[in-house]
Design a protein around this ligand. Sequence first.
Ligand code: MG
Length: 124
Amino acid sequence: MINEHDLDAWDYYSHIHPEKPMTMNDYQRLAAETAIYSSAHRLLYPALGLAGEAGEVANKIKKMLRDNKFDREGVAAELGDVLWYVAALARDLNVDMQDLAKQNLDKLYSRKERGTIGGNGDNR
Ligand SMILES: [Mg+2]
């Protein structure tokens, strides 16, 4: 059953697309409207889904090698599924996608400046 919350989400979605660029937090909020897993399965459901979708990306790439056929749209669609699960997992961790993205770039640019992009270890 469609409720007022659904209508608000649709109204919001219809107004940000395509005229206004969607922020990562916009995406996370809108994606959450399509999340139907039980709160009892927070973290676990999106973590498993993320692993599954990452596998689907890898499988598409594998099939491209096997069939010598480029499936750009198929891989892109699977990356979208990966993004959904990243957003859901971040939401379950109470982390904004915008903050997640910024922290990741901060880490990578710090490594770049210090010449430690290559190598191993989370804390380099
Ligand atoms: Mg998929």
